[in-house]
Design a protein around this ligand. Sequence first.
Ligand SMILES: Nc1ncnc2c1ncn2[C@@H]1O[C@H](COP(=O)(O)OP(=O)(O)O)[C@@H](O)[C@H]1O
Length: 228
Amino acid sequence: MDGSTTPTSAPVLILLGPPGAGKGTQARMLEERFGLVQLSTGDLLRAAVANGTDAGKQAKAVMEAGDLVSDDIVIAILRDRLTDADCVRGVILDGFPRTTVQAEALDTLLAENGQRINAAISLDVDDAAMVDRISGRFTCGTCGEGYHDSFKAPKTQGQCDKCQGTDFRRRADDTAETVAARLDAYHAQTAPLIAFYDAQGALARVDAMGAIDDIALELGAIVTTATA
Ligand SMILES: Nc1ncnc2c1ncn2[C@@H]1O[C@H](COP(=O)(O)OP(=O)(O)O)[C@@H](O)[C@H]1O
């Protein structure tokens, strides 16, 4: 990373990595630790689908197939969300950008506000392990806390550690076939962003195959440096 890229305004951090790399889990931990706002385009799109908006109607089948939703739709959704008041605290982008067009649109959007990216952090994982990781995961339907059958079960069975909710959910696109399509989309369209951010001097890489808390420590150190 190049310290000269550090902006003076609200921090903007990007988490890159294939589905299952732990972007959502780590983004939520960074959100708590640094008071930043986690922005997940996957969550925003799922909300649009649930609310039956025009964007949601167009995105639904694409998401179910494990393909990428069109740049226009995703960029519009993100642009909209970035204008919300809470984003002045700084944001962690989880699942955006996913294409070079989105990355360029983000740079333009930030430049309009006198902002730039503090760091793009790639969570590096072994593809073969991702299918297992994804097929075991679930979230609390009340607060969104993430869990996993093998790596992170609720401390009290059937009850969320964070909010004590009892309504757990598994995503409709967390099936073996859809996961394969999502991994293909990652390699074809998102992995080139590693070189994109490296060229900007904003890239950091983290081995994300280890324990959740160890990865969080490493990410925390990167965020501390990048936002200093
Ligand atoms: N930035 C994006 N561009 C295009 N499609 C997206 C984007 N973010 C999310 N999606 C859509 O939402 C789905 C779920 O995304 P997400 O929740 O980030 O999960 P994951 O990273 O595990 O695939 C993706 O498979 C894709 O269809």
